[in-house]
Write a protein that binds this ligand. Structure first.
Ligand code: CTP
Ligand code: MG
Length: 372
């Protein structure tokens, strides 16, 4: 039986975020969810040491995994792992930082393999830079690079052996000084076996490790004319027209394209997912109101628009008299200044459904910036 321990009991202080980094959304999912789902299939028991204040939020993430539960965290990572180790039922234990979401199935399986073969398996990479030992700001020793490795997680062991190492460290008062299990095991049991890690299996430590500062997204939408109505609505502006656009909502094809661009840049799903046209709540909906909800969704991801660029393809009606009003409306809804929103309009030279005046297509690009 295999127990996986995912220490999540830190506070993520170095990120500067107001919340614990392991609960921070990363492409729409909290960081912890990634390692949870990676280990859920390989382990029979999942133990997550965490702080009291994060427990409720973490328990929600554990709902899909009946074999997962939280454990009281400790003042240091080693103490958090120690608490979990005391409850671990598996004969093999894998410890993996909750803050390393990019771990792969391959790494986990290699870790288990190594424990079965050698009694331990520590995920590591050969050093690519020269590493030195320093004292008082000077180089004290230069180990040959081919014997230097950087150590990641997961780290796997026979549970009894690791537990015994932890008890010995606890008795010696050295436990808080260790930054990972391999150090404790090496000190009190035996030299742990290394297996190759992956560069991508990095730990999220600083804000810039999470998301690039800016992300771009693209959205496109089309609506057909045919509604008995003497206007169309674009960016919330009513524009006189021989007929209206057919739609479940108010048919604001421009806002729909913008919403998809925003959601796409945030790595979220599309408007059809959040506002299904099978849902009566969105019948005749004011798309500017839906845009507010999209702003809330991307805000949850700690993202905000930086600029938005829109291109409308319409043979009719003539849009140029309304562009400034559309820009004013759209920029206000996006918390941008009008100069950060571009709206271009053109015909399709009489070609295709746009050219024949049967519908309008809008393309939009959105650039999002991280808000903290
Ligand atoms: N960890 C833990 N208990 C602690 C401290 C850390 O379980 N008392 C966990 C973290 O939640 C993280 C992993 O150990 O998943 C690696 O630690 P680190 O990257 O240092 O995370 P934090 O301690 O949360 O971050 P910081 O040091 O910036 O505060
Ligand atoms: Mg820490």
């Amino acid at each position: 039986m295999i127990t996986a321990i995912l220490p999540a009991g830190g506070s993520g202080e170095r990120t500067g975020f107001s919340e614990n980094k392991i609960l921070r959304p990363l492409n729409g999912l909290p960081v912890l969810s990634y390692s949870l789902s990676a280990f859920a299939e390989e382990a029979d028991e999942l133990l997550i040491p965490c702080r009291k204040e994060d427990e409720e939020a973490i328990k929600k993430l554990l709902l899909p995994y009946p074999h997962a539960r939280t454990v009281e965290g400790g003042a240091t990572r080693a103490e958090s792992v120690f608490h979990a180790l005391q409850e671990a039922k598996g004969d093999i234990v894998l410890v993996h930082d909750a803050a390393r979401p990019f771990v792969t199935k391959n790494i986990i399986q290699n870790c288990i393999e190594s424990v079965k073969k050698y009694g331990s398996g520590v995920c590591s990479l050969p050093a690519t830079d020269t590493t030195v030992l320093a004292r008082d700001g000077c180089i004290a020793a230069v180990p040959p690079r081919n014997i230097v490795f950087t150590v990641q997680t997961p780290q796997g062991f026979l549970t009894d052996a690791l537990r015994s190492a932890f008890y010995q460290a606890q008795a010696a008062g050295t436990l808080p000084s260790f930054t990972d299990e391999s150090g404790i095991y090496a000190q009190y049991v035996a030299p742990p076996r290394l297996f190759p890690g992956e560069k991508g299996n990095r730990k999220l430590t600083f804000a810039e490790d999470f998301l690039p500062a800016e992300r771009v997204g693209f959205g496109v939408d089309t609506h057909a004319f045919g509604k008995e109505q003497d206007y169309i609505t674009l960016a919330g502006v009513k524009i006189p027209s021989k007929s209206g656009l057919l739609a479940h909502s108010d048919g604001d094809v421009l806002v729909h394209a913008v919403m998809d661009a925003l959601l796409s840049a945030a790595g979220l799903r599309d408007i059809g997912y959040y506002f299904p046209d099978t849902d009566a709540r969105f019948s005749g909906a004011d798309s500017m109101e839906l845009l507010k909800e999209v702003m809330r969704l991307i805000g949850e991801q700690h993202l905000a628009p930086k600029n938005v660029s829109v291109s409308v393809l319409a043979e009719r009606p003539r849009l140029s008299p309304y562009i400034e009003a559309m820009k004013a409306n759209l920029s206000a809804a996006l918390s941008l200044s009008p100069s950060e929103v571009g709206i271009a309009a053109g015909t399709n030279e009489k070609l295709g459904y746009v050219g024949e005046g049967r519908g309008i297509t809008v393309c939009a690009t959105a650039l999002l910036k991280r808000t903290d």
